[in-house]
Design a protein around this ligand. Sequence first.
Ligand SMILES: NC(=O)c1ccc[n+]([C@@H]2O[C@H](COP(=O)([O-])OP(=O)(O)OC[C@H]3O[C@@H](n4cnc5c(N)ncnc54)[C@H](O)[C@@H]3O)[C@@H](O)[C@H]2O)c1
Length: 269
Amino acid sequence: MTDFSSVKGKVVIITGAADGLGEAIAQCYAENGMKVVVSDINEEKGNQVVHQIKAKGGEATFVKADVREEVDVKEMIDFVVKTYGRLDGIVNNAGIPAPNRPVHEYSVVEFDKITSVDLKGVFLGMKYGVEAILKSKVSGGFIINIASLAGILGNSSMGLYTSAKHGVVGLTKSASLDYAPYNITVNAICPGTFRTSIWGDAPEEVMQQYAKIISPNERLGDPKEIGHLALFLASDLARYISGAAIPIDAGSSAGKITPTKWEHPEILD
Ligand SMILES: NC(=O)c1ccc[n+]([C@@H]2O[C@H](COP(=O)([O-])OP(=O)(O)OC[C@H]3O[C@@H](n4cnc5c(N)ncnc54)[C@H](O)[C@@H]3O)[C@@H](O)[C@H]2O)c1
């Protein structure tokens, strides 16, 4: 049987963990015995996640930090190292969506807003996170950056988000080479479409319709599925995986769907 017990006792920070994919990763990590630092700008929801984890017998702490602010990220890392005496890994997950429009219609203010969270936030988490992992001298340190399919594919009307997420994948690949000699793995997870609050108030039926259009298996991803991949990447089972940008998207980035006679005899015969 595959054994994930190598993660037990590892200290990990997850940014943007008060909700959505970050919360799912935090819950999955805690269920598997990791010491979880739930970090977010949303103090109320972050504390709720910590409360839920503790109620199930897990170990978690909330740290308020805005990933755009260097001082916040540095203080968060310092606090964690002081509290736990080490840092094994960081999941740079906090991210925001951008409005959909062609590139020339974006403002410079919007560019700065999106990149400050989606790219600079990841850079800061890596910069101070790696420093702490190196100083902790842990065996099997890891960095996981939550990118997107927009980190590996172009997207119409999504130029800003796409460029920031491509930047995240670029940072991931380069850093994997920098830290391989120190046995720190650096990977990016590239989710397809998962039902979280990033989609705002879009009604369930609209999301289901959307899933039918964009996903080959016609369903949205379950945030728990991101948790499972993040658990594998944090474990000793994945020590030979680094510099990867891993899609988790039911195959939607694997190629385009071509209508064939097999599927559509009514129109192609
Ligand atoms: N849900 C999807 O379909 C999907 C698809 C591809 C990529 N992603 C990426 O996954 C990550 C998580 O997205 P989600 O869907 O869970 O979103 P979400 O909106 O449900 O959760 C994001 C969390 O990040 C926090 N956050 C926002 N700005 C922050 C900041 N400056 N500092 C610290 N925390 C901040 C929010 O408070 C929230 O708790 C993002 O990077 C997103 O781009 C999501």
